[in-house]
Design a protein around this ligand. Sequence first.
Ligand code: GLA
Length: 370
Amino acid sequence: MMARAAEVFADAWGYGPAGTWSAPGRVNLIGEHTDYTGGLVLPFALEDRAHVTVAPRDDERIRLATPDAAIDLELAALGPGSPPGWAAYLAGAAWVLREAGHEIPGFDLALASEVPVGAGLSSSAALMSATLLALDDVHALGLDRAALAALGRRAENVVAGVPCGAMDHMASLCCTQGHALLLDTTTGATRQVPLDPAKDNLALLLLDTGHPHALADGRYAERRAAIDAANDEMALATLTPGDVGGLPESWTDDVRRAAAHVITENARVRAAVTLLDRGDLAGIGPLLDASHASLRDDLRVSSPELDAVTAAARGAGALGARMTGAGFGGSAIALVPGDCVDAVTRAASDAVARARIRQVMPSAGASRDG
Ligand code: GLA
């Protein structure tokens, strides 16, 4: 795919780029809908990456090419909602760097991405992260990865109009091979937590339901609004499961349940990290199941297909399974004993006709590749 991006560049623009960069999609192991309230998340990077080849220009144009499309833009035309569609995740990188005071010129870019779109695997953050890393590099801006991730989130919020939290760009830029990234979204502190399923004869299976979700379609924003309403009154990240029974009676049932999800999910991330630090990956299975139940019953962001693949995986021997990402479709993750991989794969495929099941490994974050 890296070679494909270079080919697309040469075909579209007729000269050679300054370099090639890539950034991965992510799976969130646990810590869902917590990253916009100062909570904890524990994602890892996928092997699937978005590859960009980039050359800076000396004028104010941005030309973007993919294997299927090409777009020509002016820097001055970038802003909230502009450009629409996939180009926002590439051109938005230039907009946000300029907004932050980096007077960069335009660029030519070609993209080839392996990250499935609409599968809840942060394909958009992969595009944005690869492009930000490329622009930081070619203009020697010297921004660190956390700073690039914060810019990526802002560009996605403003240019693409998606009110996402801090997790996806941090995962794409800061994950390392063989680890999950523990991120505290209150302090920005991170820790690489070893995650090597093969060592314990376990596997992580990605259960892509084949039923896409769309982040910009309003349901994410609507669920987020319920959580924000609670968080505005009581900082949810500072509460513990013991506080759930005492949440204000004045809140609607919907807001109380949304808050209960966030509070208990943060506790589940803490418990999962404690187990992983002890080398007990198998022990996190029940936490994955409890996370799914909370997302399904309290926050209500699961889907019939996500419920079906996770139930089928559990029934066929998975130690735990949960939806991952925003929900409303997309993918789930299952922790599976090595000798149950085939049975779980079959059961999940039988449960949801369009499901695609594969094993995934915690992989490296964004890089310059050439
Ligand atoms: C989407 C958002 C993330 C996060 C998850 C839910 O992936 O982009 O910021 O909120 O949903 O955990």
